[in-house]
Design a binder for this molecule. Structure first.
Ligand SMILES: CC(C)(COP(=O)(O)OP(=O)(O)OC[C@H]1O[C@@H](n2cnc3c(N)ncnc32)[C@H](O)[C@@H]1OP(=O)(O)O)[C@@H](O)C(=O)NCCC(=O)NCCS
Length: 396
């Protein structure tokens, strides 16, 4: 007698595509199915960008692993964003997402990704090494009467031909933040094609000067990924977003702050983006040029010696010579880093330290096991409070 089919976790294949879409619709929502389909039908991505769990030939759990990039000051590192995580109801609690995350993290590491980003289920992903490192930005509620703005701006729905302009506008916007997680070109092509969003380009004399992505909730449109070259364009974009509606909700980002100084109806939902730094030493080594720029800019007098950063179960050291960090070295457990002349940051706050807005000093103030010791000034120079701009497929 044959028992229930074995549950296999693997990279998806073309024959899984319909099952993936059906499961996404069933467990995540009707509007998510067509978006999953766009990625599956795209020869640049396809089923090979997904993992599945299958019972026989039935897809019972899914996960999409998407490329993205994270800019940390002057250095950009390859990264991933995970979306469309779902398990068929009767297969829940069997470790299928855990197994797929293991596989996805392995694939992502093999690709050289140094950060994984995620939006989603409260608490769940903390179990897999994700930290709530970056709070969601404020939103502003505007009414159709309020925006004003330049009247020499025209609008059109974005097409695939706009992607270079979109990337340039997003780059311009991102330059206001110290840390930027940005959409990949592929992602923009799906967002433009998605029936869920309207991606709008603003032009002046036929030159793109701004853009936004609008999600039409039943009630108030949510406007995000806004990029604008000047305050007049920003306000015009908001006017366009409100067209035919009573108002809209606009997601802020660091580059918009100067344009929105007199917009007061701010709210924050208190949620956050998840980030995972699978190998802190590799990420720190990749951003060492940026860390050294920070040291140069700090004006600190730094003695030759060593920077010790204990993650308690493991440790990271840099030689310091002439005010600059040398190549990273990894070591074992350092339980009392402060008495060893170093600093301690627990591994589940490392994404907060490197990617989050708070900086080392504030983390020390908030967490009993962040201990900066005699290296406090150095750690402050390396990991200051910073502006962060995260783009995600869905709004958190
Ligand atoms: C949340 C969901 C993806 C979990 O899938 P799953 O296959 O049951 O997850 P796993 O069995 O791999 O769970 C791994 C562990 O997390 C636990 N877990 C499951 N859901 C959890 C939750 N919401 N919060 C905390 N822990 C949870 C499991 O009990 C298991 O614990 P264990 O390893 O200690 O035994 C699934 O319930 C689902 O599809 N939900 C609806 C779809 C959804 O909301 N998707 C996200 C939209 S972006």
């Amino acid at each position: 007698m044959s028992g229930p089919p074995e549950l296999e976790v693997r990279i998806a294949r073309p024959e899984d595509a319909d099952g993936i879409v059906a499961l996404v619709v069933d467990r995540i929502g009707d509007e998510d199915g067509p978006e999953a389909r766009l990625t599956l039908d795209d020869p640049r991505f396809g089923p090979g960008g997904w993992t599945v769990a299958v019972a026989g030939d039935r897809v019972v759990s899914t996960l999409g692993l998407f490329p993205t990039r994270t800019r940390i000051g002057s250095v950009t590192v390859p990264s991933a964003a995970i979306e469309f995580v779902a398990t068929a109801t009767e297969f829940e609690g069997k470790g299928l997402v855990r197994r797929q995350l293991d596989l996805a993290h392995r694939i992502s590491s093999e690709r050289g990704d140094l950060v994984q980003w995620m939006v989603g289920i409260p608490y769940f992903y903390r179990r897999f090494g994700y930290e709530y490192a970056v709070p969601t930005p404020d939103t502003i509620d505007i009414t159709a009467q309020s925006p004003g703005g330049a009247d020499d701006v025209s609008f059109r729905v974005a097409s695939i031909d706009d992607i270079d302009h979109i990337l340039a506008l997003q780059d311009h916007m991102g330059s206001s933040a110290m840390i930027v997680a940005e959409h990949h070109r592929l992602m923009w092509s799906w967002l433009i094609a998605s029936p869920v969003y309207r991606v709008v380009v603003a032009t002046r004399d036929d030159t793109p000067v701004g853009m936004m992505r609008i999600y039409y909730d039943e009630s108030t449109p949510l406007v995000f990924d806004v990029a604008a070259a000047d305050p007049g364009t920003f306000r015009s974009l908001l006017g366009e977003a409100c067209r035919g509606r009573a108002g809209a909700t606009v997601a802020m980002r660091p580059g918009l702050e100067d344009f929105a100084t007199n917009m007061t109806s701010r709210t924050n939902d208190g949620y956050a983006y998840y980030a995972r730094v699978p190998n802190p030493a590799d990420l720190l080594e990749a951003i060492r040029p940026e860390l050294n720029l920070r040291l140069t800019g700090s004006g600190l007098e730094i003695d030759d010696g060593e920077l010790l950063l204990s993650l308690y179960r493991a440790s990271i050291r840099f030689e310091i010579k002439e005010g600059q960090l040398g190549p990273v070295a990894t070591g074992g457990r350092v339980q009392a880093p402060v008495s060893a002349g170093g600093s301690g940051v627990p591994p589940d706050l490392i994404a907060h330290l490197i990617l989050g807005p708070l900086g080392a000093l504030e983390l020390e103030r908030r967490h009993a096991d962040v201990l900066l010791g005699q290296q406090r000034d150095l750690m402050d120079a390396l990991f200051p409070s910073q502006t962060v701009d995260v783009q995600s497929w869905v709004w958190p």
